[in-house]
Design a protein around this ligand. Sequence first.
Ligand SMILES: Cc1ncc(COP(=O)(O)O)c(C=O)c1O
Length: 391
Amino acid sequence: MSRIYLDNAATSWPKPDGVYAAIDHAQRVLGAPAGRGAYYEANDASRVVEHARNAAANFINAPKSRNVAFTFNGTDSLSTAIFGLLKRGDHVVTTAVEHNSVLRPLNHLEASGLIEVTCVGCDDEGFVDADELIASIKPETRLLAVNHISNVTGSIQPVETLKERLAELENQRLVYLLDAAQSLGHIPVDIQKLGCDILASSGHKGLLGPLGTGLIYLSDRVVNSVEPLRFGGTGTEGSIEFQPEQMPDRFESGNLNVPGIAGVHAGIRFLESTEGLELRARRYVNATRLLQGILKIPGVEIHGAKEMDRRIGVFSFNIRDWDCHEVASILDANWAIQTRAGRHCAPLIHRALGTEAEHGTVRLSVGLFTTLAQTEMVLEAIAKLANQSAD
Ligand SMILES: Cc1ncc(COP(=O)(O)O)c(C=O)c1O
């Protein structure tokens, strides 16, 4: 049985051929660090990174490419933003749909007595109310940390309304951090339209790069208020004993993951190619088919929005009162359908979804290379399972 990979929200697979080729080239042919040598391959490695930075900045419509720094994953980007920005006495507003990569740093700082966190709840489809977020902001609120698309429900949060409401607020201290780990590469992510100060994302999910890649965008307004997580050699200003102030060096200490960054660039190129655009359209069609099909299976509850225009193809479901881990194991054992079961590192949202008793949900996340035939097989398998009893 060949695997039906539906865990693309964790990391996308397979990658386009161009991504494997770019990584291979960086490993075998370049074999040199970026920004650290004057020989041909080292210069080329630096060019690879700068071209990737330009492509990533263009992809998110960042005003300048140097506002984008490469990180090692989405968690690294989020920790950079949260630990780098917050100081004793700060107040933070966040939401119940957040991933642990937001919740754990915030909880750690709050448990250490440094900050105070207000967590705004969500409705039973996993949507947060923009007005409720705004109402929770106080004069001393330093950070608003919001998820763009939930990795549990696939629900797209109302970021346009949020932007409008934020514009009406006169809080110069407030920094708006958007966790775009699940949105980048899935829906248009335009920094200038979103109006966020910091955007954090993985490079290995929707951007199709390899594991070990991520990126962070920081606006000029906030960049100097965010301390780096890592200090060290940047390959620039080697005679200075202090960390460079300017982006991107400020956040790129230590040798960069040149093969990974080359892979992210190839992933972005693929997303923008004719084939990539076609596959993105097909991913939407498959996701729609999956949603409509699952909604019709008796005994199966799908969480999150029931219409595609408010979500992406990341679906959480439960079959009656079956333990979600059991469902995922059977799907894998009987049909090689690879899903993810549990709380998906987002513990708070399950209270609103009512999925605590089932120990979370089964998550299917459609990828660029998921076919219609696979989608139909998944629907058949779920329908067969739903027809059986749990014991
Ligand atoms: C919403 C969200 N934020 C952050 C992360 C962390 O990203 P990474 O796995 O790249 O560290 C994830 C990963 O699943 C996620 O879904």
